[in-house]
Design a binder for this molecule. Sequence first.
Ligand code: ZN
Length: 52
Amino acid sequence: MAQRHAVAEARLLKKWICMKCSATHRGAKAPRACRKCGYKNFRQKAAERRKT
Ligand SMILES: [Zn+2]
């Protein structure tokens, strides 16, 4: 059961989202610049933990 969750997390952790235009970029590492707007700040798509 924990295994499936880990897979889902791994997928999420390989996405980067431009903080300006929200374009998604795939890959283990953040791109140097957004391909859409050229912005250089990204956030990693968080593996959402629904925990109260
Ligand atoms: Zn962008």
